[in-house]
Ligand binder design. Structure first.
Ligand SMILES: Cc1ncc(COP(=O)(O)O)c(C=O)c1O
Length: 360
């Protein structure tokens, strides 16, 4: 007889992770919006130093990391939550805020983890289609806020479509949201947004205790292998609630050490952003030269429409046969043939573009 699981297990979707992790051959990995740049030497040294303490549990309060984040972002340490990746914070927020009868509101297509929040809690997911430019339609989202809404998530820039909405629009949106509704602005890719200063959203925190800016060390800092993210919050309530629903010691010692050190290297972050944006301009131009439509990317990846007559699966398989891994749009919520492609190193991008032009 098979094991009988809880009903929620039947509801929770399996996260559509990229494949290829078990392959030993060198691949061009453009499927997971990772950084193509290796960890900085100083970060490696900090991790090596922390290895000596592995017989001890990590600091459960993440004191040093939260203090450094507080200095860097000007947000009191008590209003900063750390997570085992920012996904951990998202899932914990779902657990802390949602329950049957409650609603969680987000745009779609957006980050594949959001549907887990309603499925795990029994809350209702209310999704709002993106606008014609594949950006969040904040006006339409506002119209969906009800007395049952507990959580609103805005992904800016949006994964998978790479587009960003201006901060002024987000500010106007948050101003209309009732104060009992938590608003998470998922800013995993904000450093790559050249439309405005990535830190300009911080000024909204003081006037909105219900606002959370969710960030990560996985993308621009290139530390996704260690799993560490953080939330800058408008009040102390959410960090407290998140800690209540999670196991203690959720952020390991190596991750704490690496993230703390990474914060001292803002110049390298900026240099990496410049290199990524240069690739963004060049890859998007070449994709358009191949006759493909791309969304206006403000992230470290592009969203490419393959055209209605093309076979998405055949193109993904063809790229994989040529050693290039990208994500298919279908698995990420696209109704038309599409793909999401991370900008890699220049030579990786050339390999991708060459393989793609052979296939088209
Ligand atoms: C929009 C968005 N938010 C959050 C995350 C989670 O990142 P992590 O858990 O590695 O911090 C990702 C990862 O791809 C993402 O795309």
């Amino acid at each position: 007889m098979a094991i009988e699981f809880s009903q929620r297990i039947g509801r929770i979707p399996v996260y559509p992770a990229a494949g290829g992790y078990a392959l030993a051959t060198p691949l061009v990995r453009l499927a997971s919006n990772e950084s193509p740049f290796p960890p900085l030497p100083a970060v490696r040294e900090a991790v090596e130093h922390a290895l000596l303490t592995l017989n001890r549990y990590p600091d459960p309060s993440n004191t040093v990391l939260r203090r450094r984040l507080s200095e860097r972002y000007g947000v009191p340490a008590a209003r900063i939550a750390i997570g085992n990746g920012s996904c951990d914070i998202l899932l914990a927020a779902g657990e802390a805020l949602l329950e049957p009868g409650a609603e969680v509101l987000y745009a779609w297509p957006s980050f594949s983890v959001y549907p887990h929040l309603s499925a795990a809690s029994g809350a209702r997911a209310v999704t709002v289609p993106l606008d014609a430019g594949e950006r969040h339609d904040l006006e339409a989202m506002l119209a969906q806020v009800t007395v049952a809404t507990r959580l609103v998530i805005i992904c800016n820039p949006n994964n998978p479509t790479s587009t960003a909405v201006p901060l002024a629009d987000i500010a106007a949106f948050v101003a209309e949201i009732p104060p009992y509704v938590c608003v998470i602005v998922d800013e995993a890719y904000c450093e790559f947004n050249t439309l405005e200063d990535p830190d300009s959203s911080l000024e909204l925190l003081d006037s909105h205790p219900n606002l959370v800016l969710l960030r990560t060390f996985s993308k621009v800092h290139g530390l996704c292998g260690l799993r560490v993210g953080f939330a800058l919050c408008g009040s102390e309530e959410l960090p407290r609630a998140l800690d209540q629903v999670r196991q203690p010691f959720f952020c390991n010692a190596l991750a704490q050490a690496a993230a703390t050190e990474a914060l001292s290297h803002q110049d390298s972050v900026e240099e990496r952003v410049i290199r990524t944006v240069a690739e963004r301009i060049s890859v998007d131009e070449r994709l358009r030269a191949l006759g493909l439509a791309t969304a206006e990317s403000q992230a470290n990846f592009c969203w490419v429409h393959l055209g209605e007559d093309r076979d998405e699966r055949a193109i993904l398989d063809g790229l994989a046969e040529r050693g290039v891994l990208v994500r298919g749009g279908g698995a990420l919520g696209s109704e038309d043939p599409a793909m999401r492609v991370t900008y890699g190193l220049p030579e990786e991008n050339l390999t991708f573009l060459q393989a793609l032009s052979e296939l088209l």
